[in-house]
Ligand binder design. Sequence first.
Ligand code: NAD
Length: 505
Amino acid sequence: MSSFQDNQRKAATYLERFAREGVKNQIAGEAVDAASGETFETMSPIDLKPLAKVARGKAEDIDRAAKAAKAAFPAWAAMNGDKRKALLHKVADAIVARAEEIALVECMDTGQAYRFMSKAALRGAENFRFFADLAPQARDGRALRAPDQLNITTRTPIGPVGIITPWNTPFMLSTWKIAPALAAGCTVVHKPAELSPLTARLLVEIAQEAGLPKGVWNLVNGLGEEAGKALTEHPAIKAIGFVGESGTGSLIMAQGARTLKRLHFELGGKNPVVVFADADLERAADAAVFMIYSLNGERCTSSSRLLVEDSIYDAFTKKVAEKAARIKIGHPLDPDTVIGPLIHPVHEKKVLSYFDIARAEGATIATGGKKADSAGGGCYVEPTLFTDANQSMRIAREEIFGPVLTAIPFKDEAEALQIANDVEYGLTAYIWTSDVTRALRFTENVEAGMIWVNSENIRHLPAPFGGVKNSGVGRDGGDWSFDFYMETKNIAIATAPHNIPKLGG
Ligand code: NAD
């Protein structure tokens, strides 16, 4: 692992080009400014200093990008799956070759700690490899026999698609959405989050250098209500893969209605980790701490509600509070740092406001609960645990999206389930118990798209990813991604003469 000083020196080198050139859009294979010539600034949450001027794309830029994606679509869709596979593996190779640059730039743009981001680029490469290997079979279908008839299903890529991503872990999430779209044979217009646009630029460059044909992957930076909105309304764009807030998802649904967009949404969460007294409590505490305080708590799948059985509530929350208090907050490039600055002062203000809300609601701040000091004046917030909370409090219902955990006691399994389900979200749930029958019963009834038992969040790429209730619409992962990015066609062939009604003689 490289040292803090090494990381700072290298990051400065990698960022220098962004400061000099700005962040351009990529349309039909060319790096271009916004049509209006306008830019906006992206800044580092470490010291609130600007990192680069970013092209401020609007409807005209989206229109150009969508037309480029449409023009590139027939050839890309018709390309032999083995060839697409080889190209996508080349993208993965190129990501690995530039993993350090991606990680350091991502840390500076998002405030995420290097210890987590150093793996994010490699996970992004894995996403490409996984879907690359599936590309040759993406069009495969089924044979369904009927009397005197054989039905054959086949899949075809839906067309050019729009991908809209959030700011929290932008590189990894972009690869997760874009790799399956390309493997399916779709062309892409990507609109990354305006608060952390740098690694999306690196990614599109990498893809182009790896040999992706021009126009297959286009990038338009810009604000959600400008570039994002235009993308969701563009008639050439057949589907939108969106990751972000639930409220934005509902706006996109309305914006996409006129052009009948196919939509896939990965949205917010207020995920429970449910700890029964019979669990391995040491492992459960480590997992609960990891799942809320890693990635600055800016993680859709974070376990932000800690539901603990009455008999162990005090001892367990004390253990969690002690661990949280020992977590190192610091500069994201320091390899020892666990918690870096939150993305932006506006988001920091939102997270800090929940400390007042918690006090007003009568909860106890067991640890943390304030802004953390820092040399650079960045958006640092202490890892925080609220105890003496109940399910009706806002701190137990609203997505805070920071290193903030709300601990609620329960008396029995029925009450644990009732509390777990008593929110508008349903992305993930984590259950800790040594009673396998109870675990099965609980997983049957808990309202979540993804559930882990005696485990933190370990992703298996072929498994479905997505949420229920306000946490999402649809699934991706493995073949589920192809179902979204492709149309299924049925061909029925008569295998014997059948009676055709004779109308008109
Ligand atoms: P956001 O919804 O504010 O923004 C996400 C993206 O949508 C950005 O690129 C933004 O520019 C764009 N956007 C905003 N308004 C738009 C509009 N009207 N039309 C089209 N695009 C628009 O979300 P965020 O604050 O960037 O990210 C944090 C949220 O993302 C949290 O709620 C988090 O839970 C969620 N998230 C979910 C998952 C998941 O897999 N379920 C993963 C990561 C993050």
